[in-house]
Design a protein around this ligand. Structure first.
Ligand code: ZN
Length: 197
């Protein structure tokens, strides 16, 4: 027997979220129905509506509500660009409080298997920024995956024509973990990228 239409509709929308399977979407829908107050549901509705007001910075590609809090901040280093693959990663890096330069969000990563070539990265705006902002240093903060590695390698070659230093985030042992439980690939990379101590 099928759920009422309103529940079915909610389930199919929740099911679109990453990591939410059909059963989880049903659990969420019933929780919203049975355990959330009317006010909480309205708050959720309002929060979803407000997402329409979130835009993308024309310069760095990060999300912004009005002026970009990164590009418009004179206290940030203008000659340092950290390249990421998604606007969310900008905030992940910000939480470390270790970086005070600017960001540049790529439109995606290279993935020849999925037919995503260099045109999918949207590099024109990056190259224009390097020139106009007199960028001196570029940090590649991309995934340690097949696509991330391919994109880093490609960017490293493309950036050779600019007078910039290029580095990539270090790979290593996760903080607080035991060597015994670190996978071979991570350990091999940590060994080859070891730093003086
Ligand atoms: Zn920006």
């Amino acid at each position: 027997m099928q759920y009422p239409k309103s529940i079915e509709r909610l389930c199919s929308l929740l099911h679109k979220l990453p990591g939410v399977g059909r059963r989880t979407s049903e659990r969420y829908a019933f929780d919203l129905l049975l355990h959330w107050s009317e006010k909480e549901r309205l708050d959720l509705q309002r929060a979803l509506t407000e997402l329409s007001g979130v835009g993308f910075c024309q310069t760095c590609g990060s999300i912004s509500e009005g002026a970009c809090s990164f590009c418009q901040n004179p206290a940030r280093r203008q000659d340092q660009l950290c390249i990421v693959a998604s606007p969310k990663e900008v905030f992940t890096l910000e939480q470390t409080r270790e970086y005070s330069g600017l960001y540049h969000v790529l439109k995606g990563l290279l993935s020849p298997l999925d037919g995503r070539g260099e045109e999918a990265l949207g590099l024109e705006s990056l190259f224009a920024r390097i020139k106009t902002q007199d960028v001196k240093e570029i940090i590649l903060a991309l995934d340690s995956s097949l696509e991330g590695d391919a994109t880093c390698l490609f960017l490293k070659e493309e950036l050779k024509v600019f007078p910039v230093s290029v580095s990539r985030l270090a790979f290593g042992i996760p903080v607080g973990s035991s060597l015994e439980y670190v996978d071979g690939g991570t350990l091999a990379r940590a060994l080859s990228a070891r730093s003086s101590y």
